[in-house]
Write a protein that binds this ligand. Structure first.
Ligand code: ZN
Length: 53
């Protein structure tokens, strides 16, 4: 079974969010709580889809 780990908190979740949020721009996977933290007032934030196990 495939697993992805959150870029920030390094935990794995059943649902991950594919986003760009920093320079250099790269797609990373975040959990929902980290996503909500980085998207706030972030001009670099870009949503690329939801990944479900
Ligand atoms: Zn996280």
């Amino acid at each position: 079974m495939r697993k992805k780990h959150c870029e920030i908190c390094s935990k794995d979740f059943d649902t991950m969010y594919r986003v760009q949020y920093k320079q250099p721009k790269a797609w990373v996977f975040l959990c929902e709580s980290c996503l909500l933290k980085v998207k706030k007032d972030n001009p670099l934030y870009k949503y690329g889809g939801t990944w479900k196990r």
